[in-house]
Design a protein around this ligand. Structure first.
Ligand SMILES: *Cc1c(COP(=O)(O)O)cnc(C)c1O
Length: 422
């Protein structure tokens, strides 16, 4: 359920016409619906009613500070993967005791920043990291709370680039190695063991892999608790998928039921569940608004050239993913056309849709790439010295620019010509 609907022939986000946003802010622009974000957050949170839990929004899915601020107001914690995301989360007003720090390669300064902020815990991914955290905490004369990210070796049955819970993936530690590390960490004076963690992948469309992973990890948690390891939470990661095209992922309610069912045999262990959803909260709460520049007929294909490119929305090029396309103004009787929708960038990988049947746009027509709220702006870059898109947050019949469009001057601000080249 989202709030991008036609009123007559104009596509709206909540009470705001997208062509009005394009006229005032320009294109390309990401547009997010506050009402959709809120609904998704609440539905997800409610799926865990009845068990102690914290929903830590995965900041990397959409890091805009206004989006984070909205989440904080609804009671969310944050799942961060860098010192930069820690800074964002704190600036958005997140409660440090609801921040978990995941990341396969944390640097020393990032560990220090996490300790200074007093975060809930580090999700540790390698033996060397535990040792480094112990050393930094000792130097700061404090104690660091940790969970170990366990790799439960289950197949998430998703795209290989977003599958993380298999033996061959770089993430986490195998179950046996994790057990050994917990024992070792028990003897470290500046480490407090807080939890156990897993995250098996992204865009999962079945509940079974979650169920299996959680049951395995909870089984290890029970063994560890019996040995006296003082675990207080079980972090089940994120990864719940959304419908981009014809996928039918479980609803958050079904997902919540699967999690609660997987944990049933472990009742009485007194573990708070931490979840780290990203995509399922923001994915369908955002679109990318772009303008058609040209239509071109190649020998083998038609091309619709638009002013957004793979630097703005990387997912089609990177994961071969699908985003629905809607005309912002529907024109009665418009013919259809099968075309690749491409950006202006000098790379054959610069496409946003391939072999897509569309209503034939005219140059100047606006179109919306749907389901672009997750891993859209946050993965964007400045390739080709393209300033990054603006971001807009709609609230009822109002909208706010929550990130100004970059300027080329800003892009060059940190570059210098050394004296010897002048
Ligand atoms: C990316 C990530 C998430 C969020 O994944 P989604 O598929 O967006 O829900 C959660 N936890 C960790 C550790 C991640 O790396």
């Amino acid at each position: 359920m989202n709030h991008f609907e036609y009123q007559g022939d104009r596509l709206f986000c909540e009470g705001v016409a997208l062509d009005d946003i394009a006229a005032k802010v320009g294109t390309p622009t990401y547009v997010y619906s506050h009402a959709t974000l809120e609904r998704h957050f609440r539905v997800f949170d409610e799926a865990f009613t009845g068990i102690p839990h914290i929903v830590c929004f995965s900041v990397k899915a959409n890091s805009n500070i206004a989006v984070l601020r909205a989440m904080v107001k609804w009671g969310a914690g944050m799942d961060i993967v860098s010192g930069g995301e820690l800074y964002r989360a704190l600036r958005a007003g997140a409660d440090p005791q609801k921040i978990v720090f995941s990341c396969v390669g944390k640097r020393e300064d990032e560990i220090e920043a996490g300790l200074r902020a007093g975060i809930l815990c580090f999700n540790v991914e390698s033996p060397g990291e535990i040792e480094l955290i112990e050393k930094v905490a000792a130097r700061m004369n404090t104690r660091a709370a940790i969970s170990i990210r366990v790799n439960p070796d289950v197949d998430a049955e998703t795209h290989p680039y977003i599958s993380t819970g298999l033996k061959k993936n770089k993430f986490g530690l195998p179950m046996d190695a994790a057990r050994a590390e917990y024992r070792k960490a028990m003897g470290m004076p500046h480490i407090v063991i807080r939890g156990i963690d897993c995250h098996i992948g992204s865009q999962l469309t079945k509940t079974m892999p979650f169920h299996d992973a959680i049951a395995r990890v909870a089984g290890l948690a029970r063994e560890l608790k019996e040995e006296g390891v003082p675990l207080t939470h079980l972090d089940i990661g994120g990864g719940l998928g959304i419908p981009y095209k014809e996928e039918e992922p479980p609803s958050p309610a079904e997902y919540g039921r699967a999690v609660i069912e997987a944990l049933a045999p472990f009742r009485g262990m007194d573990l708070t569940v931490i979840c780290e959803p990203g995509r399922v909260i923001v994915g369908n709460a955002g679109i990318l608004l772009t303008r058609t520049l040209y239509l071109k007929q190649g020998e083998a294909k038609n091309f619709v050239i638009v002013d957004a490119a793979f630097n703005d929305l990387l997912r089609p090029a990177f994961y071969d993913s699908y985003h629905g396309i809607k005309p912002v103004l529907r024109r009665a009787g418009a013919a259809t056309l099968t075309a690749d929708v491409v950006g202006p960038i000098c790379e054959s990988g610069d496409f946003l849709a391939r072999d897509r049947e569309l209503r034939r746009p005219e140059p100047g027509d606006l179109m919306a790439f749907m389901s672009a709220g997750a891993y859209g702006f946050s993965m964007s870059s400045n390739y080709n010295t393209r300033p990054r898109a603006a971001e807009v947050l709609v609230h009822g019949d109002q909208f706010s620019v929550v990130r100004e469009r970059e300027t080329v001057e800003e892009l060059l601000e940190n570059e210098h010509i050394p004296d010897w080249l002048k």
